[in-house]
Design a protein around this ligand. Structure first.
Ligand SMILES: *Cc1c(COP(=O)(O)O)cnc(C)c1O
Length: 437
């Protein structure tokens, strides 16, 4: 059966578009976000897949409208790093998603999407300019994933003073076909600029495409590691339906999990663990109205510093009133984050990054409040070496070394300052694409 893509804002009967159109557009013309319909049941034998690319090759073809044979090499190349499931005491299992080139989970979605975009650009015989706003790890994952691909250029916007030094170094590393912009504003300013550029007629000829987690091309692959983790846990422990804890900001990661559950993956419950940017937990508790977003607050888990999570709209469309039943929300402040980094390192011998620490702490609180003792999977979204200051504050020790990150210090940089104004972005994009073509 063919899957088509429908805007969260379209009526049930409106015609959908194919995957390639949804991928290239990013946002639907009515301002909504694309979701697949129907969500197909998982193919038989999904639990037995031997690798993430194998699992992806089994599940994705009907969603992408591409033959399995054509897709397999693309997925093998995109998903060529391990995803270990590390057991901790008390039936907790950390699924490490950070062994890709930029050491954050966003490599999974970005690397798959990059290759799908290059394939679509070739298919259409035209160039694409990918525009992305990042609060931390998105930009480097996207820049790394898309660099040097034929017919593809990347412009990435990040908020000054809201990313760590290490993250910034990764962002501004010079890469072929990629330009970084340091925006005088917040992450929400960056997101607003990106949204505005898509409806700017002066930029129409650039073939703008988004690589934020609003893009379905990044979202779909994020369903895969949930399937992988749940299958692995089921094989090793016979555990039926684990609690899955997700360090959350823009809610793209969690939306991938909810899609996987819709496909038929067994899940006890999701825990959405946020830092003090707590709109979503407050909503789940009935203390905030839908879309009553708040200004972004800066925290140690800065890739989750999102006041207005764009994938909230998708979660509402997917689950509606069942959202609070399926997802339990929690907000963890910086002190508790540092405390969890410390106790996890001391008691479990496992040093998490601040984002993963928010999730580990969130799971403890969920278990305490609910009494739910089922086995749990905690998604680990970044390598702790990316956050040396937080590691030092939490443990008094230097962060573990990472030759991959240290190698960035001497590399050439390429970054331009940008005012948080639509006109400034317009001029900068026209300059960049003129220079690159
Ligand atoms: C982006 C990111 C998150 C949050 O993911 P969302 O999809 O925005 O909810 C969590 N941890 C890390 C390390 C990230 O880079």
């Amino acid at each position: 059966m063919a899957v088509s893509y429908h805007s969260t804002r379209a009526s049930g009967e409106a015609a959908g578009v194919d995957f390639e159109t949804a991928l290239m557009r990013g946002l639907a013309p009515d301002g909504g976000l694309y979701l697949p319909r129907p969500v197909l049941p998982l193919p038989a034998g999904w639990q037995a897949s031997r690798s993430l690319p194998d699992l992806a090759t089994l599940v994705l073809p009907p969603y992408l409208g591409v033959e399995r044979e054509a897709l397999e090499p693309l997925l093998q190349a995109a998903l060529d790093f391990p995803l270990p499931l590390v057991p901790l005491a008390r039936d907790r299992h950390v699924l490490e998603l950070f062994h890709g080139p930029t050491m954050a989970f966003k490599d999974v979605g970005a690397r798959t999407m990059a290759r799908l975009t290059a394939a679509a650009a070739a298919h259409r015989g035209r160039s694409v300019t990918v525009l992305v706003a990042t609060s931390g790890d998105t930009g480097s994952a996207v820049a790394d994933a898309f660099k040097g691909l034929a017919r593809v250029r990347v412009a990435l916007l990040y908020p000054e003073d809201m990313v760590s030094e290490m993250q910034e170094r990764q962002l501004v590393t010079a890469r072929p076909g990629v330009q970084a912009f340091r925006v005088r504003g917040t992450f929400d300013d960056c997101q607003r600029l990106v949204k505005g550029a898509f409806s700017d007629p002066a930029l129409a000829q650039l073939g703008l495409s988004s690589a934020n987690s609003i893009n379905i091309g990044r979202l779909l692959p994020q369903a895969l590691y949930y399937l992988w983790g749940v299958a692995r846990l089921g094989r090793s422990t016979g555990a039926p339906a684990p609690v899955v804890t997700v360090p959350s900001g823009n809610l793209g990661n969690l939306t991938g999990g909810v899609l996987a559950e819709k496909m038929g993956m067994p899940v006890g419950r999701f825990v959405a663990a946020h830092n003090v940017n707590d709109f979503f937990p407050e909503f789940l508790e009935g203390r905030a109205e839908a879309y009553a977003f708040r200004p972004t607050r800066a925290t140690l888990s800065n890739a989750m510093d999102v006041g207005a999570p764009s994938n909230f709209e998708r979660l509402l469309a997917l689950l509606g009133d069942a959202l609070p039943e399926r997802v339990w929300g929690v907000s963890v402040d910086d002190d508790a984050t540092l405390g969890r980094m410390r106790t996890s390192a001391r008691d479990d011998g496992y040093l998490p990054c601040p984002h993963t620490a928010v999730a580990l702490e969130g799971l403890e609180r969920y278990r305490a409040v609910s009494g739910d003792t089922r086995p749990a999977i905690v998604l680990a979204t970044a390598h702790p070496a990316k956050f040396p200051d937080a590691v030092r504050r939490a443990t008094g020790e230097p962060a573990p070394r990472s030759p991959q990150l240290e190698g960035l210090v001497d590399r050439q940089r390429n970054v331009l300052p940008l005012d948080a104004e639509p006109a400034a972005l317009r001029a900068a994009l026209l300059d960049f694409t003129a220079a690159a073509s």
